[in-house]
Design a protein around this ligand. Structure first.
Ligand code: TPP
Ligand code: SF4
Length: 323
């Protein structure tokens, strides 16, 4: 543990403290070599360093999966939750500690499968959080089981004859949920674009949802190979959007996109190949659940509320018998 002098402590707490990447490094990541999760961790650490964010002002909440080991590796507050429940835990954190920046990390199985119900309602509640899903199209931790985004025909341990169903398109689904306020897509093999996307998401007040296409060389080397220069992508460019950084994908195209237009966003999201990269939908005016709750609490008649509660409880108190 580093012991700070009083001057260092005051500078850290009150001043413009410079941080190094190491200030956000916890355990050494146990992810496989070449796993896309490494790059996302570095991108988050760079964001925190560049913005001079005190590690104690951030909490990282996750579910279960390879990707959900994130809080062990990021030196901020952390909560490694249970499978599929990262968003329910996050909502509690958002309401109880609105002063912390909340980062929620999930895998595709964690969010779109077991956590599917919570995923939909979290979007509608629009609580304040940066939510990232590391979508490797497979259950990595449980060694190659099919997930909702596994492509049709892909052989997995749970679909030995190939996945029967067409994969779920999480983007179109999310754009059908009331109150969606921020939706973006990027990929682990586009580090510049990943950085730009996380920075944009971090600034959004409300639930910013980022789907990150992620390499899993251990169990889905086919998707790993597809991340070469020929990966079919189309970058979305628009005023106030995410700066285009095509990385190695020189052949990818760039289109103009109005991310405030829901119908246009739905059209863009429908096209899975080439994959749309960038800010797909953005509405900064959707109120957050926290703000709605706080406004209601302010307008409540507190003495009246307490009197009403007492009257209700009195109905159940056992009256003492006298005489
Ligand atoms: C209630 C419950 N059901 C199932 C499991 C087993 N399990 C652990 S992680 C996981 C899926 C992980 O896949 P994903 O969320 O895509 O993350 P990845 O490992 O690929 O990052 C499953 C099914 C569990 N831990 N708890
Ligand atoms: S199994 Fe896949 S997702 Fe899990 S750490 Fe290894 S490469 Fe990453």
């Amino acid at each position: 543990m580093t012991v700070l002098s009083m001057e260092e402590f005051l500078e850290k707490e009150c001043g413009d403290h410079n941080y190094e990447l190491e200030d956000y490094e916890a355990e050494v990541p146990r992810w496989c070599k070449g796993c896309g999760d490494h790059g996302v961790l570095t991108s988050v650490q760079k964001l925190l360093r560049d913005r001079k964010i005190n590690p104690e002002d951030v909490i990282c909440v996750s579910g279960i999966g390879c990707s959900s080991r994130f809080p062990h590796y990021l030196k901020t507050y952390g909560f490694h939750g249970i499978h599929g429940r990262a968003l329910t835990l996050s909502e509690g954190v958002a309401l109880a500690r609105p002063d912390l920046h909340l980062l929620t990390v999930m895998g595709d199985g964690d969010c779109f499968s077991i956590g599917g119900n919570h995923w939909i309602h979290a979007l509608r509640y629009n609580f304040n959080a940066t939510v990232i899903v590391l979508d490797n199209e497979i259950y990595g931790l449980t060694k190659k089981q099919a997930s909702p985004t596994t492509r049709q025909g892909v052989v997995t341990n749970t679909t030995p004859k190939g996945a029967y169903l067409k994969s779920l398109n999480p983007l179109t689904l999310m754009l059908g949920v009331t109150n969606i306020s921020f939706l973006a897509q990027t990929a682990t093999w586009l580090p510049g674009h990943l950085d730009n996307t996380l920075n944009k998401a971090w600034d959004h007040k409300g639930l910013s949802f980022v789907r990150i296409l992620q390499r899993c060389p251990a169990y889905l080397s086919s998707s790993f190979e597809a991340t070469g220069p020929d990966f079919p992508a189309v970058f979305l460019e628009g005023e106030g959007g995410i700066a285009v950084d095509k990385g190695m994908l020189q052949k990818a195209s760039v289109i103009q996109h109005d991310h405030h237009n829901l119908l246009e966003a739905q059209k863009v999201a429908l096209t899975e190949t080439p994959s749309p990269m960038g800010l797909i939908y953005y509405d900064p005016n959707v109120p957050t659940y926290g703000d709605i709750r706080r406004r209601r609490i302010k307008t409540l008649d507190r003495p009246g509320l307490i009197a009403g509660l007492n009257a209700e409880l009195d109905k159940y108190t056992v009256k003492q018998q006298h005489g």
